[in-house]
Design a binder for this molecule. Structure first.
Ligand SMILES: Cc1cc2nc3c(=O)[nH]c(=O)nc-3n(C[C@H](O)[C@H](O)[C@H](O)COP(=O)(O)OP(=O)(O)OC[C@H]3O[C@@H](n4cnc5c(N)ncnc54)[C@H](O)[C@@H]3O)c2cc1C
Length: 501
């Protein structure tokens, strides 16, 4: 086993995960007591996708002291207020799952509970009519939440970014190297363990040894350290989430930039459209059991119509699931080496950041006490499962019956944790959650309502609210949000003045 002090962390891989780890560690550790080095191979490309994020990404960039304007300009970023889901419930139907506040508290009840009573009493409209971010999405407008006065009807609309994955990795690479991270170019061909099975050395193809006390595996799907070396094992979730391939292509930006990711359900999966400042990122996530590569490509290209393609068409296979341990001995897996959940709710980069943040609160010494790794694995595996359940919810509540894929989804087995969550909501309108969960009741309710899953009875606590006066407030609120959003700049106009100045 290693000496008591942790002196050197080696990151293997320079994709989004590797450079997020390097930037986060250098910012926190200042290269003072623990040295951090990163190995990346110019001959092994990064996955090159991963362009939509969620609001915690902003907090991470702020914690690094990164200037938002600079980041937006250098990564061709646009703003993201949420996701529009089209054709998921039935063809022709659409709903938003957006960031930030929805509605107001009535009688100390979260808005979704009171709203659900109003809805059940016949109030016309949608839950998201009271979400400023959704109103901005619908009107193609944007304004940063921090520039809006607290009392404004559009305050509380949180946001994230769409960015170019390659430029983002380069941005963080510059950040980390300027602050002292040593970058080693080379391909790891050999990994040496000690007699306890701990990794001690990586050897590059030219024979250069790179030694360390702790290793962060950011080598992508292969998981060179966590799997090929430590044989950690993988929990396969394809029974719950049958998609296992994606076909991707970039196209020219042809119209105003929507401030949201568009997810459109297709015959055998779903397609994303991610608007960057200068182009669109597109991809079709599909199940090879129900759709051939050729058919998937055709679906993608037909949907893009006559849009000009500006990249090669690529197929990316994946196996949905998670490593049995995310931290094993003296190795932490981050990014694609840790597992894969399809990008339906843009959670992968978030999981990298979250894992890194939790790891930094548990920094081991040279002996890598298992108490730390056990606790880390408990916290992060639960996070993976929560996100998995939330993604499955989008599929298992579909009413589509127009293809074998959707027939499967309507009847597929779902995890007991999700069965309970749905059953409880349907019986009483209540959504329980752990305060550490990424997705809160408002997020679950947005998808429940979007997929037209309604409770049989409302939460009795909401009987305290006088429905008539609540309805008057709701009517006014809806109009005020709509009117305030109308006067905001378009997303394009905002980007022009904010990002480019
Ligand atoms: C289809 C698809 C869509 C996605 N969309 C989103 C999204 O919208 N939002 C989101 O948050 N996430 C998304 N993701 C996930 C996201 O792309 C990844 O989480 C993120 O890019 C991290 O990748 P990575 O750094 O782990 O791996 P990679 O990008 O694969 O990087 C691996 C690195 O390891 C290096 N390497 C490998 N082997 C060696 C070796 N032997 N020696 C030296 N170096 C080596 C490579 O050179 C490379 O630098 C998506 C993923 C897929 C597949």
């Amino acid at each position: 086993m290693g000496e008591a002090r942790l002196r050197r962390i080696v990151i293997l891989g320079g994709g989004t995960a590797g450079w997020i780890a390097a930037a986060g560690l250098v910012n926190r550790l200042k290269q003072k007591y623990i040295e951090v080095v990163l190995i990346e191979s110019e001959s092994i490309p990064t996955v090159g996708v991963g362009e939509a994020t969620i609001p915690p990404m902003r907090t991470f960039l702020q914690s690094l002291g990164i200037n938002e304007r600079d980041f937006i300009r250098k990564t061709n970023a646009s703003f993201k207020l949420g996701i529009k889901f089209s054709d998921w419930h039935t063809k022709g139907d659409a709903y938003f799952h957006a960031f930030g506040k929805t509605g107001v508290v009535f009688d100390k009840n979260e808005f979704y509970r009171s709203w659900d009573r109003a809805r059940a009493n016949g109030y016309q409209g949608k839950f998201t009519d009271f979400c400023p971010a959704v109103s901005m999405c619908q009107q193609n407008k944007f304004y940063r939440e921090q520039d809006v006065p607290k009392e404004s009807f559009v305050s509380g609309a949180s946001y994230a970014y769409h960015f170019d994955a390659g430029l983002m990795a380069r941005y963080l690479s510059d950040y980390a190297q300027t602050r002292g991270i040593k970058r080693i170019e080379g391909t790891v061909t050999e990994v040496t363990k000690d007699s306890h099975g701990y990794i001690r050395r990586l050897t590059l193809s030219d024979g250069t040894p790179v030694e360390g006390d702790f290793f962060i595996d950011c080598s992508g799907f292969k998981g060179i350290l966590i799997e090929e070396t430590l044989k950690t094992g993988y929990t396969d979730w394809r029974d719950y989430l049958p998609c296992d391939r994606a076909v991707t292509v970039q196209s020219e930006q042809i119209h105003d930039i929507p401030p949201y990711t568009h997810s459109v359900a297709k015959d055998s999966g779903w397609m994303w459209q991610i608007p960057l400042e200068n182009r669109m990122g597109n991809g079709y996530v599909f199940s090879s059991r129900y759709c051939s590569d050729e058919k998937a490509k055709r679906t993608l290209l037909e949907t893009l119509g006559n849009q000009t393609l500006i990249s090669d068409i690529r197929f990316i296979p994946f196996t949905t699931g998670v490593r049995k341990k995310l931290w094993n001995k003296n190795c932490l897996a981050l990014g694609l080496s840790s597992g894969f959940l399809e990008p339906l709710e843009s959670t992968a980069i978030h999981l990298v950041v979250k894992s890194l943040e939790v790891f930094m609160t548990m920094l081991p010494d040279g002996n890598c006490d298992e108490l730390l790794s056990n606790e880390f694995n408990r916290i992060m595996l639960q996070e993976y499962e929560n996100i998995r359940d939330f993604i499955i919810l989008h599929y298992c509540t579909t009413q589509r019956d127009d293809s074998p894929f959707w027939d499967f989804c309507r009847h597929m087995p779902i995890p007991p944790s999700l069965q309970e969550k749905i059953a409880l909501f349907q019986s009483k309108g209540v959504i329980f959650y752990n305060p550490y969960d990424l997705f809160k009741p408002v997020n679950w309710y947005s998808v429940f309502e979007g997929m037209k899953v309604h409770p049989k009875r409302q939460d009795p606590i909401t009987e305290l609210t006088d429905i008539r006066s609540m309805v008057t407030i709701l009517d006014q609120m809806r109009l005020k949000i709509d009117d305030t959003v109308r006067r905001l700049p378009s997303h394009r106009a905002f980007l022009n003045t904010y990002g480019q100045t």
